[in-house]
Design a protein around this ligand. Structure first.
Ligand code: FES
Ligand code: FES
Length: 156
């Protein structure tokens, strides 16, 4: 049975009437038009659907929308209003860390979540953290350069 839920996405309140078990990913993309969050595996394995829930990394493909109600959700659309870019977005741009770009929103939000969780991560922590994010173009060298750049800039 459908429920009416209030979601706070990128600082804006939205009311949706839907099956509360429906994945947040589908609500974002299909109901709210926020297509920056991508569908990859649908099984919590690739990270294409990464969003921030209260600043923490979350797979929107697995999260029932009712679990996001009353919490703060950030998608790639909400990270910056464009100019200036968020520092992690800038690091990805400056390193040219994308090919098709499908994984990029998830990679960027995973990096933001890493820095929220551990502002000064070691390189091992970076590698372990980013291991959960898959790039089907295998653009890992540039992605990791971008993440390391973002980490170095956050240390300044
Ligand atoms: S689509 Fe959610 S982890 Fe792959
Ligand atoms: S750049 Fe294509 S999936 Fe990563």
């Amino acid at each position: 049975m459908d429920s009416t839920l209030t979601l706070t996405i990128n600082g804006q309140r939205h009311t949706v009437t839907t099956d509360p078990q429906r994945p947040l990913l589908h609500v974002l993309r299909e109901d709210l038009g926020l297509t920056g969050t991508k569908y990859g595996c649908g099984e919590g394995q690739c990270g294409a659907c990464t969003v921030l829930l209260e600043g923490r990394r979350e797979h929107a493909c697995l999260l029932p929308v009712r679990d996001a109600a009353g919490k703060s959700v950030t998608t790639i659309e909400g990270l910056s209003t464009g100019d200036p870019l968020h520092p992690v977005q800038r690091a990805f741009l400056e390193e040219g860390a994308m090919q098709c770009g499908y994984c990029t929103p998830g990679m960027i939000l995973a990096t933001v979540a890493l820095l929220n969780h551990q502002p000064r991560p070691s390189d091992d922590e970076v590698l372990t953290w980013m291991n959960a994010q898959i790039c089907r173009c295998c653009g890992y060298p540039r992605i990791l350069k971008a993440v390391r750049r973002a980490v170095a800039e956050a240390r300044r």
